[in-house]
Design a protein around this ligand. Structure first.
Ligand code: NAD
Length: 341
């Protein structure tokens, strides 16, 4: 950091409870937040864990929403917000992937209610003040510190059921947050330091998760990497990779985590030359000297998508995406990312 630099870092850690079995702490943590009427949002894959939370909350459970839709459609957000108001809720508890966390954030955005989040994927939304809403096919995102969860409960046992394919893609989505932190400029030095730790942790954990999805130690390490990834993303780092995935996902309805996974080696190759310090940290954490090649090898090893066509993108749209991005070299990047035609 140069002597003349002024750095602002506005990224408080939420309170975190981490460990296998931590799910059983939800009710205590809700009480700690002063909650007497909870709206519980339960992703369909977490129905059993959601029932356990509901039982532990007892009379404090005011209402429950089952199911979460990717990218939080506005009508779904409005219905959830109306429910929260009607039930006089004073805390939103969510359990599930980024879509469930996203719905809780939409309620918090409209009401200012605090959130207790129990994430079950590696998306990382639980650490960030970023919200997203979709209306008429267009996704809007924004930052508001009120939507950052007040308490996050990470229970690796909940991630054991995550299918291997989703684990790999979601893990690479977390890796994309970390790479954005390594390539960002003007960040506080703690941000790339934590990001490097996250890259090293995930690169080590994801192949172990894929080899043995029930290995709780591997799941625990991967979730720790996702925690770090979410935090670094929450500091405000973003950049070309996320913008490009936003355009691709929003305009062509591509799956979120898989699109990040497919693009990451290509955007890394594109960005690394302009960020030698970030590239050096990434190489150190991934092993080898070329972070893009290392990420491609990692993606192949864990069976994550490695081309855009694999996630459903039609190469005929390359020129439209390049025009929407308006950055030199993006067309060529997309051609490579689509793989051999
Ligand atoms: P998701 O929440 O949509 O979940 C994907 C699928 O996996 C769903 O069918 C879900 O039911 C299932 N699932 C979740 N956890 C599981 C588990 N442990 N076992 C088995 N199945 C499980 O997907 P995601 O990738 O977690 O989140 C993507 C969404 O999160 C996108 O809308 C993205 O924009 C958003 N997001 C937001 C931020 C932010 O900071 N605001 C950050 C990352 C992602």
């Amino acid at each position: 950091m140069a002597e003349s630099d002024v750095i602002v870092l506005d990224a408080p850690f939420p309170r975190v409870v981490f460990g296998a079995g931590a799910l059983s702490r939800v009710a205590d943590e809700a009480v700690g937040l002063g909650a007497s009427a909870v709206l519980l949002i339960v992703d369909e894959a977490s129905a059993v864990a959601g029932d356990r939370i509901a039982a532990s909350l007892g009379d404090r459970l005011a209402d429950r929403i089952d199911g979460a839709v990717m990218h939080v459609p506005v009508p779904v957000a409005n219905a959830a917000t109306d429910k929260a108001r009607a039930a006089g809720v004073d805390l939103v508890v969510s359990i599930g992937g980024g879509s469930a966390t996203g719905l809780a954030k939409a309620v918090a955005l409209g009401t200012g209610l605090p959130i207790l989040a129990v994430p079950t994927t590696y998306a990382g939304s639980e650490m960030t003040p970023v919200w997203g809403l979709t209306e008429a096919g267009a996704k809007r995102t924004g930052r508001d510190s009120r939507v950052r969860p007040r308490v996050v409960i990470y229970d690796p046992a909940l991630t054991v059921s995550m299918p291997v394919g989703l684990s790999a893609a979601s893990g690479m989505n977390a890796m994309a947050h970390l790479m954005a932190a390594l390539f960002a400029t003007g960040t506080a030095p703690i941000v790339p330091a934590i990001a490097e730790e996250g890259v090293r942790t995930l690169a080590d954990a994801l192949p172990r998760v894929v080899r043995a999805p029930g290995d709780l130690a591997a799941r625990s390490d991967a979730l720790y990497g996702a925690w770090l990834a979410g935090w670094t993303f929450g500091t405000g780092v973003s950049g070309l990779h996320h913008r490009l995935c936003h355009v691709l996902g929003g305009s062509y309805d591509l799956p979120h985590a898989q699109t990040h996974a497919a693009m990451l080696p290509y955007t890394t190759a594109f960005l690394a030359p302009a960020s030698p310090a970030g590239a050096a940290r990434a190489a150190r954490a991934l092993g080898g000297s070329d972070p893009a090649a290392a990420l491609r090898d990692l993606a192949r090893a864990i069976g994550a998508p490695t081309s855009l066509t694999e996630v459903g993108f039609d190469p005929r749209h390359i020129d439209d995406v390049a025009a929407a991005m308006g950055i030199d070299g993006i067309r060529e990047l997309l051609v490579s990312a689509c793989g051999p035609q």
